[in-house]
Each structure stands twice: as structure tokens, then as C-alpha cells.
Write a protein that binds this ligand. Structure first.
Ligand SMILES: *Cc1c(COP(=O)(O)O)cnc(C)c1O
Length: 345
């Protein structure tokens, strides 16, 4: 793979904006370089454009180098920038498994990039040959969400590695739900597969969707392009501060994940005895996809009882399905009671 040839020519040539905090890093007694207001410390100051303190801690936890990390405003930024770095509008295309996370296609549409879907089979698996057959010389990205949303299953690393070794472009591996899976992360293989970008997020296991902090892990060369294209101060000071705090609370995150995994198993077990639930798909994520008799009716019934789940009935391959996030034990009990009441009617 020749990275510089994969990148859009205008991005290859781009001279990025150089902010005050880029041109001078370090400490000083007097900062008069960024036209900031001298009052209202500390939020009068622009944040670190490269979020060095956050990356240092995150790198240590994840076993990568800070140069392997891009931080963005949610995974959304990591997704959108991949299009803007690699895909020429109106010319290039991307290939993705379907169904999968909706943002890949929305960002493709916004950037005027053709989005090619390869349908999963009834077990939500895909055929590597079929996926690669959908690519051509203008295919820049392949999207693999693992564990996949909304289907819940993760793909074995072996499959993802095969795609990465056979594809002459970038493989985007979205691991938003990786903490709930025992199938393993691609993070340890970034050097072996320099065409892989792994996306993770603070929004799910880390319990911080409100912060809007997403992570892309890749080779330093790819991260260099991300840094070139991103807004200079994309991750705000409060988010950086809270992220550092979060990274000091690993034990809490682990406890949350353990409880959610236990509840996932318990909830799946309970669903087995409910008549209107026809199938419970195996899950490697913090949600269960279930097939029910009358999805729209059950969805409405739950809404009327103050319980909101995601109706996936109109998503391809998911006819009849609701996607249910694992909540607290109390929330899960409320959900179960409501479905059992509905079942008796
Ligand atoms: C929830 C989710 C994300 C997280 O997006 P953020 O912008 O980081 O909140 C990313 N990918 C998938 C597949 C998701 O389901």
C-alpha cells in the first residue's frame, strides 16, 4: 500500500492552519500570542490542539504510542475525516457490510462518495470474497463495524486481518463496543496492518457520550493526515480535562462492563420465556437485538410505558427486530415487566 497515493491529492498538498498553540508549546509566564482574554482562567485559554496529556495516558492504557492516536469530536469526526482524507467526491467509493452503523453512509452522502453495501447473511456474517468483489480501483475504504451495530455480533480478528491483507486501501474497523466483546481488538496489529484504522469511543463502555470524544488509532503517517485536516482546536478544554479524569477511573469502567455483561446474559435468558420474542441474537455488545411478533406494536406499547428502545424493523435483514440497550438492573427489570405485561395481552 502506498499511503500517499491513497490520499486525496489536495490533502497531500495541503498546508494546514498553524495555530498559536501549535507554534509555541510549553510553559511561559506571559501568553500574549493568541488574542485570548487574560481573565476567566483557565477557560480563557485555547486547549492543547493535539491533546497531548490525554493521548499520553490513553497510549499507556492501550499499549500504543501517542503518535498512533487521533482524538476527535466523537467517532463521528474520525468517520467523516476518513472520507475527507482519502475519498475524492464524485469519483471514489467505499464498501461496507450492511446493515451497519448509519453514520458511515450519511458521511459518504455528505462528501458525495458512492457507498456500496454488501449484505450480511442471516447469521450476520459476511463472505470475504464477496466483500472484496464489491471493490474496484476507486474503492478507498472498507467499513467493518465489530461488534456490529445493530446486529450485535463481533467478527473474529482472523477475518478482519484477511480483509486488511487482501485490500489495497484502508480498512476502517469500528470498535465502539469492543469492551463488551471477547473476540479481541485490532489495536495490537496496527504495525502488521498499516492500512487499518481502528475507531473507539468514550461514549459506550466509558460512559461519557456527553463529552463527545472519539479515538482513531492508526499508523503515525495516517494520524498525521488526520491532524492536518481536523479543526485546530477540535477537542475542547473541558472534554480533555474530563477525559483525563476518566482514564484514572479504569476500575469503575471495568465494574460497569462486568455488570452490563452479567445483565446481558440475564436479560437474554429472561427473553427466552417470553412468547412474543421469537429470536435473541447473540451479542458481543451492550445491547440485544431481538426478533418479535409485532415489532411496531411492541415498540409503541413500550413507549407508552415510558420505555424507549430502538425499532429496527425497517432496517435490512432486521425485519421484526428491536434493539435494546442493557440498562441498570432496575431499568432492565422495568423493561422485562412491561414486555411480560404486553405478552399476556
Ligand atoms: C455509538 C457508536 C459510536 C459512537 O459514536 P460517538 O460519535 O463516539 O458517540 C461509533 N460507532 C458505532 C458503531 C456506534 O454504535
Amino acid at each position: 500500500m502506498n499511503l500517499d497515493k491513497l490520499v486525496r491529492p489536495n490533502i497531500g498538498k495541503l498546508t494546514p492552519y498553524s495555530s498559536a498553540r501549535n507554534e509555541f508549546t510549553g510553559s511561559a509566564a506571559v501568553f500574549l500570542d493568541a488574542n485570548e482574554n487574560p481573565f476567566n482562567e483557565p477557560y480563557n485559554r485555547y486547549p492543547d490542539p493535539l491533546q497531548r496529556a490525554v493521548k499520553e495516558r490513553l497510549a499507556a492504557i492501550k499499549g500504543v504510542k501517542p503518535e498512533n492516536i487521533f482524538l476527535g469530536v466523537g467517532s463521528d469526526e474520525g468517520i467523516d475525516l476518513a472520507y475527507r482524507i482519502f475519498c475524492r467526491p464524485g469519483v471514489d467509493n467505499v464498501v461496507a457490510i450492511a446493515p451497519s452503523y448509519g453514520m458511515y453512509e450519511v458521511c459518504a452522502d455528505i462528501n458525495d462518495i458512492e457507498y456500496r453495501k454488501v449484505s450480511l447473511d442471516d447469521n450476520f456474517e459476511f463472505d470475504i470474497d464477496a466483500l472484496l468483489a464489491a471493490t474496484d480501483e476507486n474503492t478507498k475504504l472498507i467499513w467493518i463495524c465489530s461488534p456490529n451495530n445493530p446486529t450485535g455480533n463481533a467478527y473474529p480478528l482472523d477475518i478482519i486481518k484477511q480483509v486488511a491483507s487482501r485490500f489495497n486501501g484502508i480498512v476502517m474497523v469500528d470498535e465502539a463496543y469492543i469492551d463488551f466483546s471477547d473476540k479481541g481488538t485490532m489495536l495490537a496489529y496496527l504495525e502488521e496492518f498499516p492500512n487499518v484504522i481502528v475507531l473507539q469511543t468514550f461514549s459506550k463502555a466509558w460512559g461519557r457520550a456527553g463529552l463527545r470524544l472519539g479515538v482513531a488509532y492508526a499508523s503515525p503517517e495516517i494520524i498525521g493526515y488526520y491532524n492536518k485536516v481536523k479543526y485546530p482546536y477540535n477537542v475542547n478544554a473541558v472534554t480533555q480535562e474530563m477525559a483525563i479524569k476518566a482514564l484514572d477511573e479504569l476500575d469503575t469502567v471495568k465494574q460497569w462492563v462486568d455488570e452490563l455483561l452479567e445483565s446481558r446474559t440475564a436479560l437474554a435468558d429472561e427473553f427466552k420465556s417470553i412468547n412474543c420474542v421469537k429470536h435473541i441474537y447473540p451479542s458481543d455488545a451492550n445491547f440485544l437485538l431481538i426478533k418479535v411478533d409485532n415489532p411496531d406494536e411492541l415498540y409503541t406499547y413500550l413507549c407508552e410505558n415510558g420505555i424507549i428502545v430502538r425499532n429496527r424493523n425497517r432496517v435490512e435483514k432486521c425485519a421484526g427486530c428491536l434493539r435494546i440497550t442493557i440498562g441498570t438492573k432496575e431499568e432492565n427489570a422495568q423493561l422485562l415487566n412491561a414486555i411480560k405485561d404486553y405478552d399476556r395481552k
